[in-house]
Write a protein that binds this ligand. Structure first.
Ligand SMILES: [Zn+2]
Length: 343
């Protein structure tokens, strides 16, 4: 059994399933970015970290960002990355909340990028309270969406609201998985703190949706509540629940890496970086999950997709962690997934 799985992992290319696309609309993409005074230094740090010039934020960000991302995927060990759209914040009655949210990435933009480049797989973002949510879901399925992304705490989504049952059932029927942010968040403003709890995902799980809890519900800031144990307990109850390793190379989120590396939880792990969130090996080295030589070898690597991939491999995440997502993503779109089989 084990060798069959290893064989499968070897035949498939590795995928980073948690990569953000951002833009300021400069390329007519419909994206927008609203960076508060407090977040400005963090935003410029992230741009510098991925190798973009300081003026990119107010310049032709859309084109520069995609070009840099493509270059990094092509020079990495990855076959593809899942790029994430970002919907607006909606209120209970299904109207957008004015002035809320810090960035927006339209579904059509990620769908179009994926049509242009086989290295990109499109994850759309649909707030289920939108009056047109079901129609938009069908439109995105038609357009080749492989996953749906949402941030319940930042987009104000009570996934357990019974009004959304039909929406989750439609996702389950279409075999479209849900990537949902869980745990604390400090790069995007939080609207509803209680929705950081992975139990917010119970209804979609009960409806049969395959759900990936981003960051395995780990805390991001020192004062965030800890939900990792809640996530781990839920994986016993729900065979359709997974967790991603995204942002495990930032100071606090990596605390539970040793537990994620243990069976049976390890079988629920999928690889994601949370690009452009910074990747530094210092924390993994200080926790003893990578050795000094590994840290010194990969820290100078300027391609942070590759740095993240190599650090996670060195931590002991096996090849299946990087290919398991092939079985989870909606593959109705064979044209998209075809080139991802190793040649
Ligand atoms: Zn993210």
């Amino acid at each position: 059994m084990i060798s069959a799985i290893n064989g499968e992992a070897r035949a498939l290319k590795s995928i980073d399933m948690h990569v953000h696309v951002v833009g300021n609309g400069s390329g007519g993409t419909g994206c927008w970015l609203r960076v508060s005074r407090w977040h400005r230094p963090l935003a410029s740090l992230m741009l510098r970290h991925i190798g973009l010039p300081p003026g990119a934020m107010s310049g032709n960000l859309d084109r520069l960002y995609v070009a840099r991302l493509l270059e990094q995927v092509r020079t990495s060990s990855l076959g593809a990355v899942v790029i994430l759209a970002q919907d607006l914040v909606y209120g209970e009655r299904g109207a957008p909340v004015e002035g809320a949210g810090s960035f927006y990435v339209p579904n059509d933009y990620v769908l179009e990028l994926a049509r242009q480049y086989p290295e990109f797989l499109p994850a759309v973002s649909i707030h289920p309270a939108r009056p047109d949510a079901l129609a938009e879901l069908d439109r995105c399925l038609e357009g080749g969406a492989v996953m749906m992304k949402c941030l319940p705490n930042c987009q104000n989504i009570n996934c357990n609201d019974r009004r959304f049952t039909r929406f989750w059932e439609r996702m389950a029927e279409a075999k479209l998985p849900l990537l949902a942010h869980t745990g604390g968040e400090h790069t995007v403003p939080v609207v509803c703190r209680e929705y950081s709890d992975p139990r917010i995902l119970t209804l979609p799980l009960e409806c049969g949706v395959t759900v990936i809890a981003a960051h395995c519900a780990t805390k991001s800031g020192i004062f965030d509540p800890e939900y990792f144990h809640v996530f781990a307990e839920m994986t016993h109850r729900f065979p359709n629940l997974y967790g991603d390793t995204s942002a495990f190379n930032v100071p606090i989120r990596g605390r539970h890496i040793p537990k994620c590396l243990r069976e049976p939880l390890l079988q629920r792990m999928v690889h994601g970086s949370d690009y452009p969130v910074p990747v530094h090996g210092h924390f993994a080295w200080m926790r003893g999950v990578v050795d000094w030589k590994t840290f010194r070898q990969w820290e100078p690597q300027s391609n942070i997709l590759e740095r993240d991939y190599q650090l996670k491999s060195a931590m002991g995440f096996p090849p299946e962690t990087f290919t398991r997502i092939h079985r989870i993503l909606r593959t109705a779109n064979k044209r998209t997934m075809g080139p991802l089989l190793a040649s």
